[in-house]
Design a protein around this ligand. Sequence first.
Ligand SMILES: *[C@@H]1O[C@H](CO)[C@@H](O)[C@H](O)[C@H]1NC(C)=O
Ligand SMILES: *[C@@H]1O[C@H](CO)[C@@H](O)[C@H](O)[C@H]1NC(C)=O
Ligand SMILES: *[C@@H]1O[C@H](CO)[C@@H](O)[C@H](O)[C@H]1NC(C)=O
Ligand SMILES: *[C@@H]1O[C@H](CO)[C@@H](O)[C@H](O)[C@H]1NC(C)=O
Ligand SMILES: *[C@@H]1O[C@H](CO)[C@@H](O)[C@H](O)[C@H]1NC(C)=O
Length: 249
Amino acid sequence: MRYILPVFVASAVDAIHSVSVVSSNAYTCNAVSGVDVAFASDEKSITASFPPIALTVEAPAHGYPGGNSSVGCGATVEFEDWPTGVRFAISGVTWHTGRLNLTKGNLLHSLRAKVDLVVEHETNTYPLHYPIVKNYASATLLDVDVDPALSDFQGKYEFSTKNPRPYWSTCFNGYLANTTKISFQLGGSSNGGGTSQPGWSMDLGLIWESCYAPNETIWGQKVIRGWESCTYRETNSTIKRSKALYPMQ
Ligand SMILES: *[C@@H]1O[C@H](CO)[C@@H](O)[C@H](O)[C@H]1NC(C)=O
Ligand SMILES: *[C@@H]1O[C@H](CO)[C@@H](O)[C@H](O)[C@H]1NC(C)=O
Ligand SMILES: *[C@@H]1O[C@H](CO)[C@@H](O)[C@H](O)[C@H]1NC(C)=O
Ligand SMILES: *[C@@H]1O[C@H](CO)[C@@H](O)[C@H](O)[C@H]1NC(C)=O
Ligand SMILES: *[C@@H]1O[C@H](CO)[C@@H](O)[C@H](O)[C@H]1NC(C)=O
């Protein structure tokens, strides 16, 4: 379906240096400073760090006895630029935390990571008129939930797993006025309690290849054409929804 250039173009990957984080919004956690996202200098990984979050024991509430522990955070980062003619996939993830404290009665039984890529394309930029119509495409690049079965542990901790279903990003065409967002979600749970110092992060291993950029918009697990204008219409109950959903692989 997609045409892949057989030769890896090293200079195209060098252009990833122009990628920058323009905004970040934390959700599902009160991470005041949100997320820090950084590419490794060789572009072989991207690290999403959540400095304030800690594994904490759940308090009893509303008949729920509490006592298990959890940690979780998610943030969406918008990028203003991408190199042209390359795409990436996530090969695996390594979770890190500074000081984990699990007694014999505590069992870390779940570590989770999810990464979604969203690309929005303006379709009627020239000449500009309203409503601005945007097409929306998204895909889950990583979605794992693993059981490290860890107990009776004190100290610095990391755990790695491969991505069982790597999914390629779109083949970026480098358009500045289009929006590229990546959301990073991290989670963990343990039975019977357990704590950590604040600070959890995940390193996402990246694989890159050259690809056919002009077909940038032909991508996504979830594609909504006329997404923005559709959002506008949905607020107006007298106009019928015109949203269409096309699963595309
Ligand atoms: C690009 O997309 C067009 C329209 O779907 C398709 O006809 C064409 O074969 C694609 N080209 C490549 C090189 O993938
Ligand atoms: C704690 O976790 C265990 C295993 O997941 C579960 O069976 C138990 O119901 C949990 N306790 C509470 C209070 O949620
Ligand atoms: C680890 O947790 C246990 C149980 O909550 C606590 O008694 C102990 O002091 C903690 N150890 C450290 C190094 O924080
Ligand atoms: C946004 O992307 C689409 C599809 O690649 C392209 O046709 C359009 O020109 C881009 N818009 C701008 C302002 O670059
Ligand atoms: C519905 O859309 C019409 C036309 O754009 C507008 O005049 C009207 O105020 C809208 N109604 C609501 C409830 O938003």
